[in-house]
Design a protein around this ligand. Sequence first.
Ligand code: ATP
Ligand code: MG
Length: 360
Amino acid sequence: MPTTKPRILTGDTPTHTGLHLGHYVGSLENRLRLQDEYDCYFLIANVHAFTTLAEKPADIRANTLGIVKDWLAVGLDPQRSTFVLQSEIPAIAELTFLFAMLIPFNKVMRNPTLKTEIESKGLGDTYPFGFPMYAVGQCADILTFRPDLVPVGEDQEAHIEMCRDVALKFNQLYCGVGNRVPAEEHHKQGGVFPIPRAKVGRVGRLVGLDGKNKMSKSLGNAIFLYDSEKDVQKKINKIVTGRATATSPLADDNPLAQYIDVFLPRERAEQIKADYASGKEVMDGHIKAEVGAAINTLLAPMRERRARLEEPPQPGKPGGEEMVLGVIREGIKKANAQAEETLALAKKAMGLEFVNRTLH
Ligand code: ATP
Ligand code: MG
């Protein structure tokens, strides 16, 4: 059924078997909230996972299923939203190549998100050509679905900016949209692509347990949504507060300080932080127990749903994986219908409409 709702595209890369608290507060909360108001496309960037895990295709496959399980566990609903498996949407790969002509090479290499990733993931100078290429690919992931809004964490803002530049340039070069037309008017003025906006979540950057990097699937500094109660508490207990005594203040940029703010009720968080600042004696262990318990309350229903999706098949009862594969197959169909429409419009604008093609 065609819909007139505004559209969302966002997604995750399957570099791990599950999602973490940073995803939840940075993007998933927004996805859940906006699922009814918007026509949502959620993409699993499984091709992009090969930028850092090319030698581990079996892991990428398992991670892909894991991410879909977490989406379902969190409450994303494949009946209301479309789950998109990147590797099965050929239009994305085709648009990636075409968009690569619209972005100066040096601009890609100066992209701050790529620079941070190269450093934090220790990629040195041996990363594959495909690594910086993923930033261009992400423009195609997004624009293929012609969304209005892209719910992401702060680290993705540079990518969304690049995506907006590509869309503006495409509309100006191939659709006759004037250089002075403001971004929000592009689509109305005949541009193939609406210019999408980033929507950063309640917490743009949840710091990792290491207190240095953002919480990240690949850096060993994350609390995963499916972590057991015990593991969550253990991970919180290991946070180094760096305080000399029980009356020294807690630094604002300490992970515990941020988690107090993010996961405890506001008044309680303010009270704890005032206690820390005033030089009152505060037992870090008690605060860690309180934060751990709050996180565990949040995660309990997700953990339970995820566990059910991990159940193996029984006689007469298919396992969770069957259901996940069904969701993926259904999503591919819906996504390709949309993606092929966009590709046809883009190719027409570029004078590349030599044949009508249909995907079988
Ligand atoms: P990787 O380490 O493999 O890059 P990741 O943890 O950064 O994994 P992504 O799949 O790259 O996760 O990101 C998915 C989405 O979650 C993006 O919109 C990203 O901005 C958001 N996100 C990831 N980590 C955080 C975080 N710590 N705080 C807020 N948002 C986050
Ligand atoms: Mg990332």
